[in-house]
Design a protein around this ligand. Sequence first.
Ligand SMILES: [Zn+2]
Length: 277
Amino acid sequence: MIDVTKNKVDIAQYNDLLNLAISSNTKNTRNIKRLSPFIRNAYRDYDKIIGRYHLEPTASRFKKNKKIIEDYYTSSPVAIDNELSKIRKRRLCQCPFCGRPCKPRILDHFIPKSHWPEFSILRNNLVNQCNSCSSKKWNHYYCNTNKTAKFIHPYYSNLLTKVNFKFIFDTSSCTNIIGASIDLKIIISRGVRGRSRRRIRKHLYELDIKKYALEYAKDKYEDILEDASYKEVDMVNRLEEDIKIANRKSSNHWDGRIFEAMLANADIKGYLVQHQP
Ligand SMILES: [Zn+2]
């Protein structure tokens, strides 16, 4: 997965969206001004909450004011909306949570705003995410059973860059090439041990990344076979070029690993060669 730790802003920038809220002219301006010193105090604890992922964050003291604070995110004034839009449209080619090749335009509140509204417009709490991760993560954060956070914050840790994907295409028991079975081994770098390893496993499990990656691989595979059937492009050559491009984007890009696995299967490569122009 990609390293997005550079997207974490410095503590000096923690208040900038809150400052825009205070200076905006909304029905709640007076209320947000009143609450702002307390929200600033809460911001000071944010890094600690992320760092102490094995502890459940203490309950929010802002539940009574949830609607007021959340509104600055859900129906934000223009100045805040512009900033949120810039974050949403960040130039990313993969989801920071799972690695799916896409433009991840959903903003996830890493610490869910439904439980901790005070972090509704804190930049470091807003993380780009794909649709699949969004549907799984939703407003979840802490796991009481395992006494740990369910997810790794991609701005605060590069642990997810240590995850590699190995796809395997098996054509041994199918009569038609389209029926190839696809398997996936998710490999965590050897150097990652103990608690870090367990955290990655938990993150992968909670977001059901294996299932979504396999679905993605199947779609890609079917698209490539269909394109090859028109006999208009040298598909082997195209995949080899696409592998190079994917590898330039990141060393564990799903597309690169899927195309390599396809070309490593003699039946699939044979089919693509047969369907050259
Ligand atoms: Zn994702």
